[in-house]
Design a protein around this ligand. Sequence first.
Ligand SMILES: Cc1cc2nc3c(=O)[nH]c(=O)nc-3n(C[C@H](O)[C@H](O)[C@H](O)COP(=O)(O)O)c2cc1C
Length: 436
Amino acid sequence: MPKKKMHIAQFLVHGPTYHSLAMWRHPKSEMTKDNWARPELYQHIARTCERGMFDMVFFADLNYISDTFRGSLEPALRYAVQAPEHDPVPLLSYMGAVTSHIGLGATLSVSHHHPFYMARLWATLDHLTGGRAAWNVVTSVNDNQAANYGAEREPTDTRYEKAGEFIDVCQQLWNSWDEDAVVMDRENAIFTDSTKVRRIEFEGEFYKSRGPLNVIRSPQNGPALLQAGTSPKGKALAAKYADAIFAIQPHARDAAAYYVDIKGRMEAIGRDPNTCKILYGMQPIIGESEAEAAEKQEFHNSLVPEDGGMAILSAHLNFDMSTLSPDVEMASRTEPELQRMKPRYTKPSGGSYTAREIATRHGQSVSLPQFVGTAKSVADQMEAFVDTVGGDGFMISPIYCPGAIEEFVDLVVPELQRRGLFRTAYSGTTQRAHLL
Ligand SMILES: Cc1cc2nc3c(=O)[nH]c(=O)nc-3n(C[C@H](O)[C@H](O)[C@H](O)COP(=O)(O)O)c2cc1C
């Protein structure tokens, strides 16, 4: 039986580091003080990923500079720990303008906005991109972000309950226009058939909205929805609404358990498990030989300062890692904030990683596993991961830019295509069509 085809998303950040703190220091990135922010670079990335037939380019996003590590902004600013980070949403229009097929996704937190604005923004983006928009719905975890919006961070369960209601409001607003509402009948002076546009009169526990939306129904009727939660409520939200889930599961055994968990939750609520794709994060490091790839990995990893790793881990955990000894065994820690990443603390062979080891890896790749080797061997590792885990594909993160994405597209994609593991042409033009 032929193997199922993989889905591939390019993981990005609108900043100088993406998901490797080495990136801005890496000589191959040729980064200057301001060229990392130029829109032409992102247009080049979009074109390159479209040449590689990727499902989408996708931006993570945070609305803060973290002072979680040592209570100071200095480590985040000094090491460019996802700081600066410009808003990725305007880039989607830029990237959409020079491409015709690739999906265009970005993260926007529901914690500090109203659903009406988000429904309007994403419907507009879906129009501007011809149905290629994708929205990663997150509920922000870090106190710095809440403080920037003058708020207190809410408990995880409340944030996800609000997120569910938030999406319900958006979906009702997207549905408030029928597909054929605009008739533009010049003779009878009817632009819109008013019987085909409705108020929604939404009154929930957290949000109210009268509607209708003032944007006509978009090509996908709202963007494709992405999610990346790991808590039980986060997984429940993803299972209910997401078209694709991004997961960071460095160990195949945990990735397999996550996959079964999500698909089981979908079945339990009557959703076809195939309608949500689970993409696992990984960081490819490709060389002409195994030795060259290993050397590239060593050099890249050596550019990540330990304190930078501690700072990014502290931000993502919302926990000050300077309060622990770097040699402490992470698997035995009981602090509630540390539990979210708990599966990552145990070595595949058993035993615990130290805080230093976890932080270093987080600085290198936000804990994405590194797939290192020749193009053939990276393709082998991808194939083996999917075989073991049953996942639907990968979200990949470059170690330098430009350059690393091009290597993957030019060397690994053809290898996957030769094996029948990846598409050789797009069969549709919308984000949801690529994810089928
Ligand atoms: C692959 C991946 C990407 C994420 N990207 C973002 C992001 O860009 N912005 C953000 O605020 N949170 C991001 N998150 C955090 C989660 O969406 C979620 O808010 C966080 O993990 C806390 O929820 P949880 O306890 O359900 O995991 C990401 C998580 C994962 C696994």
